[in-house]
Write a protein that binds this ligand. Sequence first.
Ligand code: SAM
Ligand code: SF4
Length: 456
Amino acid sequence: MYSHDEKRINNVLAGAKAPDDAQLDRILKKAELKKGLDLEESAVLLQVRSMGQLERLFASAGKVKNEIYGNRVVLFAPLYISDYCVNDCEYCGFHCRRGAMGRKRLSAEEIQKQTRAIIAMGHKRILLEAGEHPDTTIDYVCDAIGQIYSTKLGNGEIRRVNVNIAATTKENYVKLKRAGIGTYQLFQETYHRRTYEKLHRGPKADYERQLTAHGRAFEAGIDDYGMGVLFGLYDHRFEVLSLLAHAKYMELRYGVGPHTISMPRFCPAPSVAFSPGFPVSDADFLKLIAVIRLSLPYTGMIISTRETPEIRTQAFRIGISQASAASCTSVGGYGDSGNGILGQFELGDHRNVDSVVRSLMSQGFIPSFCTACYRSRRTGDAFMRLAKSGDIHYLCRPNAIMTFKEFLMDYASAETRKDGERMIVREIEKIENTERKLETKKRLARIERGERDLFF
Ligand code: SAM
Ligand code: SF4
């Protein structure tokens, strides 16, 4: 079982000094081999401060990102199904001190309605979220997942449900796995035990329960798992190194590292007086995205609408591979902005999906709504092996193009569709394998004729 060695992290941090140009070059050259970095090397990169060195760090991270993920950015939307919570996390708008008034747990019909609203925006992936409460049982969560998968609207449906719910038992993870989840995400919030214990009350205050949850999930058969910390709670260098140490432990112990790392930064929230003791500046935030990208090259990285469009755009260049779009963090809030239910926190990006898609295209990124790996059972180790061999490009590029084509046909504005079609022509030319290129063209024609959900 994982136990976090704070002393080791502190020692590595204490030994890490800002690099000179030669040391920086040596570490970046190693990182560009896409085999990851030692904790000591990551710690040195976190000390980089000068503009010139930062630019080199970003250039290396961008190169690695591009070689592994190309110019694709996968989009999704969160769906909050219940904001009842027995915990009192200092930073969260769902904390139990707020009382039960004005809270909501969605019924099956409401889940279908919310899902239809999300499908209508063009999404194919949902991240299901909930507070922790005895009435929000694992069976309720599994039923909710079933409701989401069975909801159809026009040509659309949700094809992958990822889940972010409280740490739980192995038996409950078995049920989640059986319900057909994609990735199970859980954030440690902070790896600094004293800070963790100060900021949490309720069952979540158990540091070990949180720290060992990914292991239980894996042992229950969930081989796609996601990790993260909430930046702002403690020193970000300590958090990044701790996250990397945890990820390395998981890879060694189970043979599969995290599928994703999420990058939430604290945001102000209704009824929350907490102000972060260790706010992370925009410049530091981008630096640590780049360091994680170089340290764990094959792990997907997620940015949410907590961040502004400007920060998101920069983050896509240096490491982020997945992003939420047009999110609502209140329970039942999609398609019904005035329902009076408070959101979990305030957002930095309020654009609709069409605008996010336009902005991505204008920066040279192709928006992807792909869910193929999970449905072709390319999860866990199978996914990682494919990614490391580089063969993933033969699948991901055509799949991104085909799911983007579906978006353009079914959900895009006329202007976005015009630009998108032009982008698709350019993207097809980038498919190196002639047979795959031909087959992709054939499938695009089938999508034009009304077929949907074609993937490699
Ligand atoms: N309740 C579950 C838990 O705490 O693990 C999972 C869902 S919770 C809705 C998802 C995440 O939101 C938390 O893990 C936390 O990192 C993040 N969060 C909470 N309050 C936040 C805030 N004020 N700003 C940014 N992120 C926040
Ligand atoms: Fe509840 Fe999760 Fe918010 Fe904590 S972060 S109050 S556990 S919903």
